[in-house]
Write a protein that binds this ligand. Structure first.
Ligand code: PLP
Length: 308
């Protein structure tokens, strides 16, 4: 259960948690067209709170709106300020932030050019998405019977509400089968991503992840990890990965704002590497947590601090 906090940012106003309501005829509830984001704020080593890569997340929110052809009333700067204000208002030092932009009530049917576009931001406390143990020991994943959207069926670079039925189906199948997470192949059979994470493998010292030209979401954590890996001198390739390459990987891990850097210890009941998180995974995971908590201050441009 999501633990209530006091206020929700609702169309530019701070409203009580219980008052942030919409009508059942809200268009996006029926047809799924709308944009959302997931952003984390961390308590840093010096006690300050930083929202990690806020500008990149808000930019992706607006890009998703553009893909959906919906126009929020707010600018990128206003969304960013609203995220900061919401955490301040709720006195939160760590949080998961969920901005959504959706089509409100009015006309029904597929084509509703005049319905209002509404914007809301909710914040709550969210611990390790796949469990604290997952971060240390790694998870068991299963290749899904569901495929990732084809690039000409959906807008895979958008974080679009309705597209997540694909993720929900894959995640349910994996969990009901006794696994922690699903890995989806694309419609050509190449490894795509998890239900809410990007995927990396390590093979003979080289880090490999599917390219942005494939069906993956352009993960902000993916980008962070690619940057950190290059800084660490780890060879990196953005390339297609086949199912057998995944089975033969020395290491594998998921990245995502929610999942952070989660090692994968098994795929389809096959051990990955030694079956324990590998050295490159652990090196990048350590670096990631140092960066988001600013114990490592080498990327000030990735932080938006609540107070200075
Ligand atoms: C399908 C999918 N892939 C990848 C990611 C990881 O993206 P990010 O690192 O920007 O959170 C997410 C989460 O937003 C996702 O939903």
């Amino acid at each position: 259960m999501v633990q209530k906090v006091r206020k929700i940012w609702f169309e530019g106003e701070m409203v009580e948690w219980g008052e942030a309501r919409v009508h059942v005829l809200t268009h996006s509830l029926h047809y799924g067209l709308g944009a959302f984001e997931g952003i984390r704020a961390y308590r840093c080593a010096d006690g300050r709170t930083s929202i990690f890569r806020l500008d990149a997340h808000i930019q992706r929110l607006l890009d998703t709106c553009r893909l959906c052809m919906i126009e929020p009333r707010f600018t990128a700067e206003q969304f960013q300020q609203a995220c900061v204000a919401l955490l301040r208002e709720n006195g939160m030092v760590e949080a998961y932030l969920r901005p959504i932009v959706f089509i409100g009530e009015g006309a029904m049917g597929i084509y509703v050019p005049n319905n209002p576009v509404q914007s809301v931001i909710v914040a709550w406390n969210w611990g390790a998405y796949l469990g604290e143990d997952a971060l240390h020991k790694g998870i068991r994943a299963k290749i899904s019977s569901w495929q990732r959207h084809h690039i000409n069926v959906s807008l895979t670079k958008g974080k679009i509400m309705g597209q997540y039925t694909n993720s929900v189906l894959a995640k349910r199948e994996a969990k009901l089968g006794g696994y922690d997470e699903a890995i989806l192949l694309d419609t050509q059979g190449y490894v795509s991503e998890g239900s809410g994470e990007n995927l990396f493998i390590v093979r003979r010292g080289c880090l490999v992840t599917p390219p942005l030209s494939s069906s993956i979401l352009a993960g902000i954590t993916r980008d962070t990890i690619l940057t950190l890996a290059r800084e660490e001198g780890i060879p990196v390739r953005e390339d297609r990965i086949t199912r057998d390459e995944l089975y033969l990987a020395d290491e594998a891990f998921f990245t995502g704002t929610a999942a952070e850097v989660t090692p994968i210890r098994e795929v389809d009941d096959r051990r990955i590497g030694t079956g324990a998180p590998g050295p490159i995974t652990l090196q990048l995971q350590r670096r990631y947590f140092d960066i988001v908590r600013e114990a490592d201050d080498s990327h000030p441009e990735w932080h938006t601090f609540l107070s200075t």
